[in-house]
Design a protein around this ligand. Sequence first.
Ligand code: SF4
Ligand code: SF4
Ligand code: SF4
Length: 424
Amino acid sequence: MPDVFNWQLGRRMYYPHAEAHPDRQFAFVFNINRCIACQTCTMACKSTWTFSKGQEYMWWNNVETKPFGGYPQSWDVKLLKALDGAHQAAGRNAAWAAGDGSDPAAPYGSFGGMTIFEAAHKAPQRKDVALGYEPSEQEWSSPNFYEDTAAGAKNHRDTLSMESAELPEHGTWFFYLQRLCNHCTYPACLAACPRGAIYKRPEDGIVLIDQKRCRGYRKCVAQCPYKKPMFRSTTRVSEKCIACYPRIEGTDPLTDGQPMETRCMAACVGKIRMQGLVAIDEQGGWAEDRTNPLYFLVKVARVALPLYPQFGTEPNGYYIPPRWAPRPYLRQMFGPGVDDAIAAYSFPSRELMAVLQLFRASQTIVFRYEIEEGDKIFERTVDGKPWEIFNDTVIGYGQDGREVARVTVEEPRYERPDKHYNSI
Ligand code: SF4
Ligand code: SF4
Ligand code: SF4
């Protein structure tokens, strides 16, 4: 039985294919706390890749309102229910044995439940490689269903809590979840395809559907837990996010041959997105690369977490969780690292404060950063301990070592002289 190591689960797991890993992996970090749901990312993708006939309801990038929204509708609730049912039928518990972060092979501890692959493999009828379902046309038809609808008293829709809002948890809450294909380490779409039409590129881990081999069986649509492959009725084949691979390959003239961030990342108005390429070691984990900003955020600061790691695909999208949402909800969505991630984000270390400034500082992918120390600009006491902010400068370097970004923690201010008042 093929058996692979999933570091997000801190254990080996069943996967239908033998372990194989790319040299580098496409990955991204989204800071949920900053998203304003302007959908500029969504439209940047749509206007580049999915504006043609048959793609009208196709949104490779989407931003949905949690807890009630989803594209397709209720995608995660449906899968969580199915996974829960599988655990009950098997008499299993889906709990985590939480870790303290000291073991790099199991930074979030160890997941004791079944993944979508294991649940399908253990099922008596065993007809699919992963637990899943194919959404109806109706479910695909409203990408921003329940936009800005809050959960209020007793977590019900439209029943507002009358308590004043205070951290760590607001009585009335919602947040925006930004989604695209996670270019998973163990893609369920790839495992599900009976035609072998889906492949993961060895040079960057991007997962693609070969449009010539695909016959439109929609197994990938049913078995991707994140519901990111979509069927196109005009061509009768499935499509998905291609990670804007020409930009990753550095063919856009703007970045002079260097890898460039994708359309949805580069367009982000809220500066919530950072995307890059991380080096992969021989065991399939992230090779130590201390000054790569993604490595720092995910592995060192541990401020960004995978989306539904319990599904088992080892997704390569990471999220800084929203500070105000109920912790049990967030732990279900991002695993047991939520409390540490929110603590790290709420009172960032000096280094984290600097690295957070790199979000959207350049369209060229940053492979390495350096920090030049600046003066102290703020101090206060938090939980009896001193906390300070320094006006450090963070410098980002591209693949070829050239400087591509330079940002200070304190935003520079420019006062227009009186003589140019109200002129441009
Ligand atoms: S562009 Fe950025 S801020 Fe706007 S919806 Fe997308 S992720 Fe959120
Ligand atoms: S998110 Fe879905 S479509 Fe994307 S690689 Fe993972 S399983 Fe495949
Ligand atoms: S990476 Fe490119 S193809 Fe994928 S969702 Fe973003 S813009 Fe669309």
